[in-house]
Design a protein around this ligand. Structure first.
Ligand SMILES: [Zn+2]
Length: 148
């Protein structure tokens, strides 16, 4: 956790993104460390956890991090929480809470609420199902290919 917080603190000086750091550990060995790179990469998905997951997958040559622990200086935002689950990580240790991130100007708490309540506010995000007749064919083809 100390290393994740150091990564977050470094970014206050580097200004490559928000004050967030993440570290991935396996068998008490640090696999990688990362900090938020949203500004440096001009990439709104370049959160510390996402970058750490990508690095760990490369280092370990796998997309399955089920034997790893994610340390993050703040509770993962919904995107990073999803990526953590997609990567099969089984344990997360975090420092600051979504409410504390909200207090310094980050929208984690807002997005969690948005997910719970659905897209009622069309000004924030409009979600509409379109082209389902065609898109469902991809899923059917995928299943047929699996069983071929
Ligand atoms: Zn995130």
């Amino acid at each position: 956790m100390k290393l994740a917080i150091e990564q977050a603190n470094e970014n206050i000086v580097l200004k490559e993104g928000g004050p967030f750091g993440a570290v991935i550990v396996r068998d008490q060995e640090v696999i990688c460390a990362a900090h938020n790179m949203v500004l440096a990469n001009l990439d709104p998905t370049a959160h510390a956890e996402i970058i750490a997951i990508r690095k760990a997958c490369k280092v370990l040559a796998t997309c399955d991090l089920s034997d790893c622990t994610l340390y993050t200086s703040a509770y993962p935002c919904p995107m990073c929480l999803s990526a953590t689950i997609w990567a099969n990580i089984k344990e997360v240790r975090y420092g600051n809470t979504p409410k504390e991130a909200d207090r310094i100007g980050f929208r984690d708490d807002f997005i969690y609420k948005f997910i719970q309540e659905g897209s009622k506010d069309q000004h924030v995000l409009k979600i509409t199902q379109t082209g389902h007749d065609q898109s469902i064919e991809t899923f059917k083809n995928y299943v047929e290919e699996l069983h071929a």
